[in-house]
Design a protein around this ligand. Structure first.
Ligand SMILES: N[C@@H](CCC(=O)N[C@@H](CS)C(=O)NCC(=O)O)C(=O)O
Length: 245
């Protein structure tokens, strides 16, 4: 199966939560909007799929995955589909692990949405510069309460599951581990001071971040040009005024 990922070129964004599992499984995939226009790529290809009236359901926003005749959106939904197909979710106890994986992934995406809202607290359609005051107000409780609460939850999940192994769902890598890696490094990029302060309280989360980064295929991906750098157009943006001193 050749998968097609449709996501904004130039940022990691939510697309990265799909790229990482595809890379970890060495799946055959095309990052369509990042391929050249002559090959049917570019942003035009993304706009085309967004307005495609022939789909069973239109997609509201990227990331969007095309797998044969199926075109689906919503990051956690895409991953619920890909996880078992890429061997990135343990299949045991019937399908109960699939729901646990989805629970973890949906929680990761909640955290991602809150991280995004620190720089766009009023509207996604306004520039950051037009909502800076509100952004500072929003970022303060996000750093003080929300990052510790979310990452504290994942710390507990890892502690509770530690009898089963070193990953969130047992002894092997699953897609929520990749999601937790991505949100952790994203927060470290955006809020380095707040994350340094929090580090002693989340040792397992940080160990998992290192373990994922050292997975051979992930390490190769992170060192490649396919891994876009974080920047101030993406979800995790480093604005020093939004971090602690
Ligand atoms: N809950 C959706 C959110 C999708 C989303 O917000 N996508 C962004 C890019 S990361 C977008 O282009 N949104 C356009 C919009 O909300 O109008 C998901 O997890 O996929």
């Amino acid at each position: 199966m050749r998968y097609e990922l449709f996501y904004w070129p130039g940022i990691q964004g939510r697309g990265e939560f799909v790229r990482l599992p595809l890379e970890a499984a060495a799946a055959d995939y095309v990052d369509v909007a990042r391929s050249s226009k002559d090959q049917g790529g570019g942003s035009g290809a993304l706009m085309k799929v967004l307005s495609d009236a022939s789909l069973a359901l239109p997609a509201f926003a990227p990331p969007i995955l095309r797998a044969g005749d199926l075109t689906i959106a919503q990051t956690a939904n895409i991953l619920a589909y890909l996880g078992p197909r890429l061997g990135l979710v343990p299949i045991s106890n019937g399908d109960s692990t699939l729901f646990l994986a989805n629970q973890l992934m949906l929680t990761i995406m909640d955290l991602v949405a809150e991280a995004h809202d620190t720089h766009h607290p009023v509207s996604v359609s306004l520039y950051y510069e037009d909502q800076k005051k509100e952004a500072q107000r929003r970022a303060e409780p996000f750093r003080r309460e929300r990052i510790p609460k979310f990452l504290g939850y994942f710390e507990r999940a890892l502690r509770q599951g530690s009898a089963r192994g070193e990953y969130l769902l047992g002894p092997t890598l699953s897609y929520p581990d990749l999601g937790l890696f991505q949100v952790t490094v994203g927060l470290e990029y955006a809020f380095p001071n707040a994350m340094t302060e929090l580090a002693p309280k989340i040792p397992r989360v940080l160990e998992l971040r290192n373990r994922v980064a050292a997975e051979p295929r992930i390490a190769a991906y992170l060192a490649s040009e396919r891994r876009l750098p974080f920047n101030e157009q993406g979800i995790f943006r480093h604005y020093p005024e939004l971090d602690t001193d």
